[in-house]
Design a binder for this molecule. Sequence first.
Ligand code: SF4
Ligand code: SF4
Length: 279
Amino acid sequence: MTRAPHYPLEGVASWNMNTTCNYRCSYCTQRFVDDRGQWARDLPRFIAGFLALPGDWEIKLSGGEPFRHPDLLGCVRALADGGRRVSVVTNLSAPLDELIEFAAITAARPGLISASLHLEYTTPEAMIEKLTALAPHHRGKTVVTCVATRASLPRLPAIAAEFAAAGLRFRVQPEKQDREVIDYADDERDVLIQLGGHNGTGAIAPSFEGRPCWAGARYLIVDHQGEAYRCYPARRQRAERLGNLLDGSLRLASEATPCRYQYCNCTVPQQRGMVMGGA
Ligand code: SF4
Ligand code: SF4
């Protein structure tokens, strides 16, 4: 069996804190969720749960659209005051002053702003303008991602060049339907690979099946009700549940264990060296 990577000093919890979103993208993986109006309500218990995680952690906020959570900034402040690094995955539609406030609150330990470009609702130019205005306030990393639908794929090389010219990292994410990457044609796959593959990993559907991965020990995902799973494929299959962050039942693994999944769409473990062979 492949050797496990070194113990990741900083763990990462991806928190899907709400299903609420102001967009309705045609390819949204949450569009079949029964209720798109749910959000994490008992914030003090969530904050206490995240601050109680053992060791050093980054909390990566996503949704839905986290800036649609009614107390997003209060929540970010409480996590940052507790010493957690806070990152966010956002469609960047929030007003600029709210984005600047997020950057100010997280300035002591800045995280990642992952801005998702949704071409059904906004333009590359509008996003570049907003990120350029935000740049002097945000000391952490910024990345722009875009789902490569069949309709958008032909435009993406030019869009990638636009972001590169603005000094911004641009990554593509293959479209999924029914939880699987869509059946791209060979020429479409070539374009995707030229654009870096899934989130810059170089592959369209990365697989680490059988390899030791720290997800479940130093990475986990938590939903708006506190339910915790090892990673996104685990949650999809309702496997490797870790318990609930809110009721004291959360149990993290103590070491890296073999990946059980054929397809890994979890960017964090791949990009943070939590699984051997990641980007
Ligand atoms: S912005 Fe994200 S969460 Fe909202 S509809 Fe689009 S893909 Fe879904
Ligand atoms: S699917 Fe990805 S994150 Fe999950 S255990 Fe496998 S390699 Fe780790």
